[in-house]
Design a protein. Structure first.
Length: 282
């Protein structure tokens, strides 16, 4: 129904900057979270019931008994919550009653930044959690560097167009440089980005394709036979999809397309020679 060409200047990048973050992991587990309610404020768990306590890390304000986590980033490994060591239960809030720690069933769910501690009370009476803490080995952020790469020819032709990447996990400066170079090769020159609108429900075959095509799928666009827009059929990757359903069942779909020609040397498994006929992309 319609083919629109995007402004190619909007997609040009001729300088790429990316931060490389380095991390270290502590050798031993430390206390990283302490439940604040103790003494007469100790939380209760009625008989037969359970409570889930979520230990966040890092904390906005750390207890004075905790390790200082000024450079803390995330948890490398949580220590499974242990009775007596990490949790105590008593039949009286201030801990002066009967020790009921052995009546607790403990379960954990662990992620990089929090651990859920589920406590189930198997005692016949209400118990009070007089101590609850979490231990873990901590991953810390260390020195950070920035890698930058540019294409002077593109800068002269189109002016400086900078892309500051927020990719958080590029592991080395060499990898970062290769990533910058890859993006310069793709975006230092104008790309023929097209928006193609088609009647999605013209027939069952078209509707099926319109509903199943997805981002990154490769398609062939025949825009030369009737429109003369392209010199020949060209292959594109789908970068964006939007659907519109109007009155009287009119269903249209619009695809944002980027040319396959901007990416070369695809790796054919079992055929291509790595680093001579092809390379690993992103």
């Amino acid at each position: 129904m319609q083919i629109e060409q995007e402004d190619a200047l909007d997609n040009i990048i001729n300088e790429v900057n990316v931060d490389v973050k380095f991390f270290t992991t502590d050798s031993d587990a430390d206390i990283v979270w302490i439940h604040a309610e103790t003494g007469s404020s100790s939380p209760s768990i009625p008989a037969g019931q359970k409570r889930v306590y979520r230990a966040f890390f890092p904390q906005l304000e750390g207890d004075t008994t905790q390790v200082l986590y000024t450079s803390a980033d995330s948890i490398n490994a949580w220590t499974t919550t242990a009775a007596t060591v990490d949790v105590l239960a008593n039949t009286v809030a201030d801990g002066s009653g009967t020790n009921a720690t052995g009546d607790l069933t403990i379960a954990n769910v662990k992620t990089a930044n929090f651990m859920d501690i589920t406590l189930t009370n198997g005692n016949a009476s209400t118990v009070y959690i007089t101590k609850l803490q979490a231990r873990a080995t901590v991953t810390r952020a260390s020195d950070q560097t920035q890698i930058t790469a540019n294409d002077s020819t593109s800068e002269t032709a189109f002016g400086k167009r900078v892309f500051d990447s927020d990719a958080p996990f590029i592991p080395t400066s060499e990898e970062a440089f290769q990533w910058c170079q890859y993006n310069l090769v793709r975006f230092k020159d104008p790309l023929q980005m097209l928006r193609v609108t088609i009647p999605a429900n013209r027939n069952d075959t078209t509707l099926d394709k319109a509903m199943t095509l997805d981002i990154s799928d490769r398609i062939t666009l025949d825009a030369h036979t009737k429109t003369g827009l392209l010199a020949a059929d060209k292959d594109f990757f789908i970068e964006g999809i939007s659907h519109a359903v109007e009155s009287k069942d009119a269903h249209t779909v619009q695809f944002l397309l980027s040319p396959v020609s901007s990416l070369t040397k695809f790796w054919v498994l079992g055929v291509s020679l790595l680093e001579s006929e092809t390379y690993i992309g992103y």
